[in-house]
Design a binder for this molecule. Structure first.
Ligand SMILES: [Zn+2]
Length: 171
């Protein structure tokens, strides 16, 4: 639905609310369990071009999707994975970074600028990277070595190409 012109144009959030009404009209409660059917958790970048359901052949209820800037295995990603495995039964972890990531080329200068501007140092690391494959490997290592995760034998990392739609595994 195209937004109406003029000052009363609905905000993006208003458009979500409208879209949701249409969605709910045809929504059927499949009676799904909170435990993902395929027992998989995916950690991926928040990039707007990455449609994980389509790219991986996922259906509703299949997997946990944990997303952040870069698809980085941060403490918070570990928190989600821990709950995913220990409380909700997942066993497989798939990590997905992608070409053209907004974090590529950012440096710690981003953090310094932020600190200078707001007068406070962020608690978190920017986790920027220059080498995609190296960062995927590092993320895989963080999952494999986490003491909180009971299942670390099936962890694989990939780079998604935003131009071809193909995944390439990082070994
Ligand atoms: Zn990205």
């Amino acid at each position: 639905m195209a937004p109406a012109p003029g000052p009363e144009r609905p905000s993006e959030t208003d458009r979500f609310v409208l879209s949701n009404r249409s969605y709910a009209e045809t929504f059927r409660d499949g009676g799904m369990d909170a435990r993902p059917v395929r027992r998989v958790a995916v950690v991926a970048c928040m990039d707007a071009r990455l449609d994980l359901f389509a790219a991986l052949g996922l259906e509703l209820g299949d997997a946990h999707i944990i997303r952040n800037a870069g698809g980085v295995v941060t403490d918070d990603a570990i928190r989600s994975l821990t709950i995913s495995q220990r409380a909700l039964g997942t066993r497989t972890v798939v990590l997905i970074h992608h070409t053209g990531c907004g974090l590529l080329g950012l440096t710690e200068e981003f953090r310094h600028e932020l600190e200078r501007e707001v007068g406070q140092r962020p608690q978190w690391a920017v986790e920027s990277f220059t080498d995609l494959d190296a960062d995927v490997r590092q993320s895989v290592q963080r999952v494999r070595t986490s003491p909180f995760l009971p299942h670390t034998d099936d962890v694989r990392g990939f780079v998604f190409d935003v131009h071809t739609g193909l995944l390439r595994e990082v070994h």
